[in-house]
Structures are given as structure tokens and as C-alpha cells.
Design a protein around this ligand. Structure first.
Ligand code: AMP
Ligand code: ZN
Length: 461
């Protein structure tokens, strides 16, 4: 059951063969830290986490690099519109200075890392910041200049895409007029893109003038600095393929002369809302992880929801779907907690059969919905003892990442217990109105109180 992945570059599923024996170089495009990551962004990072875990599950070591974009990303991926960080500075009333930008970036980077931890995403081995790689950007651009791939326009240094015969090979670029520069005539080809943007007010003083690196060069620089001139895997949302990733390939292959720069390109589909609208920071229709927490969802409910749809299919987000994921996730956790202490009955052969089935599904381009179906087959299996189920589920969990081995019975906060005791008192005094109010209050805080012959029991809602 070799691992097979859908490679956007060749438009087909291919067996995964690493460049170096057992060691995989993985680069994933990180967040632009001008705002909170929304649950659409987080789907991309959950998918990449599954990819990494499946590589580990298959015995590979993984060197994972994810950048933090804290400078240079414009509203449109094709070098147009306002700079996203500048937009963030204005929104938060911060000064339009590099120090202001750092403050903004630090705030949203910390929030992002907290989200990753809550979703049990394994943190990357390196999280380089674009703002700390300006001298490497300049070196890279100078290299391209020396090789004759650049030219200067009034607002920046550009990459000349006509110098590469295979420019745009990752995914066909739609020939839309939006890619034309506003000042027509300056850009030699409408797909040319900025390597360095001049800015007289804000930015870094360099040999190319004061300004910012382009978003695309940042990723080429950080990926090659930490993973080398050729590496195995590069990922991101599918919106990045057309412009950002095509441009990364163009610059890197032009600079290093090695093809392909990256062997496998993987892209996830979007989280969409009712009516098919893409969730996006610029559309201001975003839901963030804390919104889910405020509604008493566990971040792992969202992880479970994501795993229920294949990463190459759009994920339609609705509260009903999240509720369904919560119920299933809780059922699974309850089963694992109960099975943990059951008596051992080792049926290795049966276990092997289920493990084979699971591996087949997860190794088939990370088919998490089918892998989850195997999880439930195991939970319900009549031919397996609970202890055997438990050890199988821990094995599957290496790829799924719910941390089943360390599940703990949820502790009910003392404030909730106190409310339940007050309710019990109200009931004894036949003050039904107050008892109902307290039940509602407990429910609003995410717990259910059930009456029994001894008094009450509390459960997480
Ligand atoms: P950004 O912070 O905008 O640079 O995006 C971070 C990652 O999230 C990129 O890989 C994007 O392609 C991805 N992404 C953006 N919007 C969505 C969405 N609605 N659903 C899934 N992935 C997304
Ligand atoms: Zn990138």
C-alpha cells in the first residue's frame, strides 16, 4: 500500500517517492498575519497536518517549514491593491512604520500558533518570518538580475516571464485583464510580477531602492534557504496555485536551473458558506476558531469536520454540520475512554486486517472520509475485543491526530457544579422557575444537567 498523492503539477495521483531516502522536505505557505486566521485558512493547515502525519505514519522523517507572511502580500495575489499589512495597521490604528508592522504581526502570529495548538496541529520545524529575510530576498533578486530575468519599472523590479518557455506549468493561468498593470505599457508581459516594490515611506533601504519584497519571492527564498534548491512537497490552498505558486516555480527554476524545483504540489479546496461563497478575510464573512469556542465547540470538532471531507473537495460549512461532527467526535472519545481499561484479548490477525484497510484508505491521497469510516467499522466490529479496538484506534490516530492516547475524562468546572447544586436546592424547594433558569444557564455554558435518583449528573453538552 504505497502512499499515493495527487500532484497538481502532473494532474494525477502518483506514488510518493522522496528525493532523499526517508527524509521529506515539506514547505507549506503560511498565514498573512494582518488578521486572525479564519476556519477556511485553518482547513488548509489541518490538511497539511494530515499530510505530515501520514508521511510519519509511513515511516518518513519530515522537515517541515512554514513561513509567516508579515510583509509584502497585496490584496490581490497578482501584485495589485493595498498591502495587507498596511490595511491591518490602519484598521488597528497602529503607526505606519516597521515597528507598527512588527507589533501587528506578533499579535496575529501568536493567535495563529494558539489556534494550531488547539487543533492539535504539529508545529512546523521552522516558522521563518518574511521580514527577517530581506537580505536573502535581495541576494535572490540580484541573482535573477544577473541571469537577465528582471527589469525595472517605475514602481518596482519585475520578473520577465517571457524568458521562461514553461512559465505557468503548474496550473493554466486564466488570461484575464485583471492581471494587466494599471500603468499599461510598463509591464512587458501581463503575467510579469514584482520581485521588489518601491515605497518611499515604508520599507527597507536596499541596493534596489527603498521598499518591500514581493510576496512570491519571499516563499522561494525561505523554502530554498531551509529545504535546499530542490525538495519534495509544497502545499497551499488551491487559490495559490495559479499565480503565487507558478511565480515561485518561475523564480526558483530561473535562479537554480534545477527542474522540477519541487517534485509534488498539493492543494486543498476551500471552505465555502451556504450559497457557495468562499470564506475570505477580504470578503469579511469569516468565522474564526474562537467563534466556535464561544459557542462551546471543541476545536477538535472542527478538526473532525474537516476530516469528513476529502481535502480536494469543497467543504460546505454549516452549524448543523459542525454539530454532527461534535456528536461523532464525542462518541469516539467516549468509546476510547471506556475501551482503555478493558481486558486484553490480542487477535493480531484481525487487527492486521483492519490496519491494512485503514492504511489503504489514508494512503490513497489522504482519503480521510474513508479512513474515518474504517474507524467506525472498528468501533462497531463484533469480531474484535474492546482492548484490540483501543490499540488499533491509537495506531490510526498517528495519522488522524486526535491525541486519543492522552484523552482524559473532562473535568467539570467548579462554577458549573455550584450552579447545579443551586438548581438541586431550588428543585427540592419546588422553585421550578429558578431551577429551569439555572438549567438554562448551565446549558449556555456548555453543560447538561440530568436528574437521577441520587440527585443529578453533569455532562459536557
Ligand atoms: P492567507 O493567510 O490568506 O495567506 O491564507 C493561508 C492559507 O489558507 C493559504 O494556503 C490559502 O490558500 C488558504 N485559504 C484561504 N482561504 C481559504 C478557504 N476559504 N478555504 C480553505 N483554504 C483557504
Ligand atoms: Zn507561499
Amino acid at each position: 500500500m504505497p502512499l499515493v498523492l495527487y500532484n497538481t503539477l502532473n494532474r494525477k495521483k502518483e506514488p510518493f517517492i522522496s528525493l532523499k531516502k526517508n527524509l521529506v522536505g515539506l514547505y507549506t505557505c503560511g498565514p498573512t498575519v494582518y488578521h486572525y486566521a479564519h476556519i477556511g485558512n485553518l482547513r488548509a493547515f489541518i490538511f497539511e497536518d494530515i499530510l505530515k502525519r501520514v508521511l510519519l505514519f509511513n515511516g518518513f522523517k519530515v522537515n517541515h517549514v512554514m513561513n509567516i507572511t508579515d510583509v509584502g502580500h497585496l490584496i490581490s495575489d497578482a501584485d495589485e491593491g493595498e498591502d495587507k499589512m498596511t490595511k491591518g495597521l490602519k484598521r488597528e490604528g497602529l503607526p505606519l512604520t516597521l515597528a507598527g508592522m512588527k507589533k501587528l504581526a506578533d499579535k496575529y502570529t501568536a493567535a495563529f500558533v494558539a489556534d494550531l495548538k488547539q487543533l492539535l496541529i504539529i508545529l512546523p520545524d521552522k516558522m521563518p518570518k518574511a521580514s527577517e529575510h530581506i537580505s536573502e530576498d535581495i541576494e535572490f533578486i540580484a541573482k535573477l538580475q544577473k541571469k537577465g530575468f528582471t527589469y525595472k519599472a517605475s514602481d518596482g523590479i519585475y520578473f520577465d516571464t517571457s524568458r521562461l518557455k514553461d512559465y505557468g506549468k503548474l496550473i493554466q493561468i486564466e488570461d484575464d485583464q485583471d492581471h494587466q498593470r494599471i500603468k499599461t505599457g510598463e509591464k512587458k508581459n501581463h503575467r510579469d510580477f514584482a520581485l521588489w516594490k518601491f515605497n518611499s515611506q515604508l520599507g527597507w533601504e536596499t541596493l534596489f531602492g527603498k521598499g518591500f519584497p514581493g510576496w512570491h519571492i519571499e516563499c522561494s527564498v525561505m523554502a530554498s534557504k531551509y529545504l535546499g534548491k530542490q525538495f519534495d512537497l509544497h502545499c497551499g490552498g488551491h487559490d495559490l496555485a495559479q499565480v503565487h505558486h507558478n511565480n515561485e516555480i518561475a523564480q526558483s527554476e530561473a535562479a537554480f536551473g534545477k527542474k522540477p524545483w519541487v517534485k509534488y504540489w498539493l492543494h486543498n479546496e476551500f471552505v465555502v458558506l451556504d450559497g457557495g461563497e468562499k470564506m475570505s478575510k477580504s470578503k469579511e464573512n469569516i468565522i474564526i476558531l474562537n467563534t466556535l469556542r464561544d459557542k462551546n465547540y471543541d476545536p477538535l470538532d472542527y478538526r473532525y469536520l474537516c476530516l469528513g471531507t476529502h481535502y480536494r473537495n469543497p467543504l460546505m460549512f454549516s452549524w448543523e454540520a459542525l454539530e454532527g461532527a461534535r456528536v461523532a467526535r464525542k462518541k469516539l472519545f467516549e468509546f476510547v475512554l471506556a475501551a482503555k481499561n478493558s481486558k486484553a484479548k490480542e487477535d493480531k490477525l484481525k487487527q492486521q486486517q483492519y490496519l491494512k484497510q485503514f492504511t489503504q484508505e489514508i494512503n490513497d491521497d489522504l482519503n480521510t472520509p474513508k479512513a474515518l469510516a474504517v474507524v467506525w467499522e472498528v468501533v462497531k466490529a463484533e469480531d474484535l475485543a474492546d482492548k484490540d479496538k483501543y490499540s488499533l484506534l491509537l495506531e490510526f490516530d498517528k495519522a488522524l491526530g486526535f491525541n486519543l492516547q492522552h484523552l482524559k475524562k473532562e473535568k467539570i468546572p467548579s462554577a458549573i457544579v455550584e450552579l447545579a447544586e443551586q438548581r438541586e436546592l431550588a428543585r427540592r424547594k419546588k422553585n421550578w422557575k429558578l431551577a429551569d433558569q439555572l438549567r438554562e444557564e448551565i446549558k449556555n455554558q456548555g453543560y447538561l444537567v440530568e436528574d437521577n435518583s441520587d440527585g443529578f449528573v453533569l455532562k459536557k453538552g
